[in-house]
Design a binder for this molecule. Structure first.
Ligand SMILES: NC(=O)c1ccc[n+]([C@@H]2O[C@H](COP(=O)([O-])OP(=O)(O)OC[C@H]3O[C@@H](n4cnc5c(N)ncnc54)[C@H](OP(=O)(O)O)[C@@H]3O)[C@@H](O)[C@H]2O)c1
Length: 324
């Protein structure tokens, strides 16, 4: 029997149940995937805890994985049985040994990319791709601020932004994480527990501020992030690991005529063309060594609850995968 995680109510990691499931056969436009690795992402915690509502209950969990196609449904023309594929795509249900899912969310993975690397890279890597290349196009001479610089998305953003010619300022929760971020190209790690981030950013930038802030922490950081911006700067609020950002007044943007956006990978990769372009760019930076992804922890899928607890309590850095 195949096993998968489901949750029947939202809450702490104890709501996750590893159950026998009947995977079934793929329908029109779908494939059946034997999964090899699954990516752990902060968004999994939002769905499990109810911060983001699951479309239906009980619900599967997880949006990222890799594996081998074992059955192809009618109407699927560009994928075949035996293909090595990966995804960062809806619907929820990646925490599973096998699953049926729409083929349109899958991309073939290069031969030299392992299942573990693909599962670690897809969601966080394509997020870094759209943040740095599409939400705001980072260019030589820019200075950027990335929160949680030693985290999964953070480490990729540091390396890629540095390659694009930016000066990278990042926030981190500990000295160890400061060293990790630095090793990934963060020029100025700021220990947010010891310093007021906006004051330090102004010091580093000679009072100017940064072109763009990438803020995934949310409630605790939003207001101070605005103070870090240069005139006409871009505030990118792309997550809420500390809680939801309270309602924003337009007047808060007036001091520097700032731009504000709340992006999502699923909006940026909504079409097949966008998805493939983003994935290709990610595989390019991995291949060339511009970005290296450190899988800092690997858990058996059955230990998903423990992995959630570690991620939520800020114990982790880098990317985390489940092996199947
Ligand atoms: N919008 C999108 O398209 C999109 C896509 C992917 C990810 N995201 C967001 O990006 C963020 C990073 O995701 P990730 O998977 O790479 O996770 P991560 O950065 O590896 O983990 C979260 C990190 O956030 C920091 N943090 C600060 N305040 C926190 C708090 N109150 N509770 C927990 N963590 C806190 C911690 O680092 P320190 O110890 O250094 O503070 C923690 O390690 C998440 O908010 C996620 O939702 C958004």
């Amino acid at each position: 029997m195949t096993k998968a995680f489901r949750f029947y109510e939202t809450g702490g990691s104890d709501v996750l149940k590893f159950e026998d499931v009947d995977v079934g056969s793929p329908g029109e436009g779908e494939v059946r995937l034997a999964q090899k690795a699954v990516g752990l992402n902060y968004i999994d915690i939002y769905f499990r805890s109810g911060v983001y509502p699951a479309p239906s209950m009980p619900s599967g969990l997880g949006l990222e994985g890799s594996g081998i196609i074992e059955e192809v449904g009618p109407g699927v023309t560009d994928l075949a049985v035996g293909d090595r594929v990966a995804y960062a795509a809806q619907p929820l249900g990646a925490y599973a040994e096998a699953r049926v899912m729409p083929a349109k969310g899958l991309v073939k993975i290069p031969d030299d990319v392992s299942f573990e690397l693909a599962a670690a890279a897809m969601l966080q890597g394509m997020t870094a791709q759209y943040l740095l290349r599409r939400t705001y196009q980072v260019k030589k001479g820019d200075t950027i601020l990335i929160h949680a610089a030693a985290g999964g998305v953070g480490q990729i953003v540091c390396q890629w932004a540095k390659h694009l010619g930016a000066t990278v300022i990042g926030t981190v929760g500990s000295k160890e994480k400061a060293e990790i971020a630095k090793a990934k190209g963060c020029d100025y790690p700021i220990l947010y527990r010891d310093e007021v981030v906006s004051e330090r950013v102004k010091e580093i930038t000679n009072g100017q501020g940064v072109e763009v802030v990438y803020d995934s922490v949310g409630k605790d950081t939003f207001e101070d992030s605005l103070k870090c911006l240069k005139r006409l700067g871009m505030m990118v609020s792309f997550g809420q690991s500390s809680g939801a950002v309270p309602p924003v007044s337009l007047a808060q943007l007036a001091p520097g005529a700032y731009f504000l956006t709340r992006p999502s990978i699923f909006q940026y990769n909504a079409t097949r063309e966008e998805l493939l372009a983003s994935a290709n760019e990610l595989f390019e930076v991995l291949k060339s060594g511009i970005v290296t992804i450190d899988i800092t922890a690997t858990y058996p899928l059955a230990d998903a609850a423990k992995a959630h607890d570690d991620l939520e309590s800020r114990k982790t850095n880098g990317s985390i995968v489940f092996t199947v």
